[in-house]
Ligand binder design. Structure first.
Ligand SMILES: C[S@@+](CC[C@H](N)C(=O)[O-])C[C@H]1O[C@@H](n2cnc3c(N)ncnc32)[C@H](O)[C@@H]1O
Length: 196
């Protein structure tokens, strides 16, 4: 589901970048460490800050990334041009990832699964494209936050069948991703899960 105008403003500004760079990435590194090189994928890359983080803070050799919104992909292309062939970007859907089975050492989700009506299908796709032993790093937003009246008034999200930390943990396991570490902040949380 595409972001409305308000959420797009909230995503494309220096405050969001600082939160992603200095808080969310830090939490995920504390839980799972770096990717120790290799090939990474970011689903729902937005304007491309996550790709920079995966290269610079998680030590990936290359990052593929996509977003449902062509405008976000254009922003990411402009931002990430300097990385040359270490980065590949496309317009795409996390429920139907354009990659072969077992392609990636790591897949990253900086807050996009909660935007997807059939989010379990996205988890199955993450499992499919990970190599055996590869890891999924996820930073997600929970039902408690999405149900807040102000959030409902200002932002657009699917309303049915959302999740909290425990529910997301069960869905990761059901998709074949073994949860190795997680941290629940109530309104949002963090996971590192491995494909056996
Ligand atoms: C809350 S924003 C997060 C963007 C970026 N990851 C960040 O942390 O700044 C959610 C992003 O997911 C994208 N998105 C929503 N549904 C998607 C889907 N099914 N497949 C790929 N991207 C999707 C939106 O276009 C948006 O860029």
């Amino acid at each position: 589901m595409l972001l409305n105008k308000v959420e797009k403003l909230l995503m494309n500004n220096p405050v969001r970048e600082a939160a992603q760079r200095y808080y969310e990435a830090k939490r995920l590194r504390e839980l799972g460490g770096a990717t120790t090189g290799g090939r990474a994928l970011e689903i729902g890359c937005g304007r491309g800050v996550g790709v920079e983080i995966i290269l610079e803070q998680f030590d990936a050799d290359t990052v593929d990334a996509f977003d449902l919104d062509p405008d976000m992909v254009r922003r990411a292309q402009a931002r990430l041009e300097r990385f040359g062939d270490r980065v590949s970007l496309w317009i795409g859907d996390a429920t139907d990832i354009r990659a072969d089975d077992g392609t990636y050492d790591a897949v990253f989700d900086f807050g996009i699964i909660h935007h997807i009506p059939d989010w379990r299908a996205a988890l199955r796709e993450v499992h499919r494209v990970l190599k055996p032993g590869g890891r999924f790093y996820a930073d997600e937003i929970y039902e408690k936050f999405l149900k807040h009246p102000l959030v409902r008034a200002l932002l657009d999200h699917p309303r049915e069948d959302r999740f909290d930390h425990a529910r997301l943990a069960r869905a990761l396991e059901a998709a074949g991703l073994h949860v190795e570490a997680s941290h629940d902040e109530g309104h949002f949380g963090f996971f590192v899960a491995r494909k056996p």
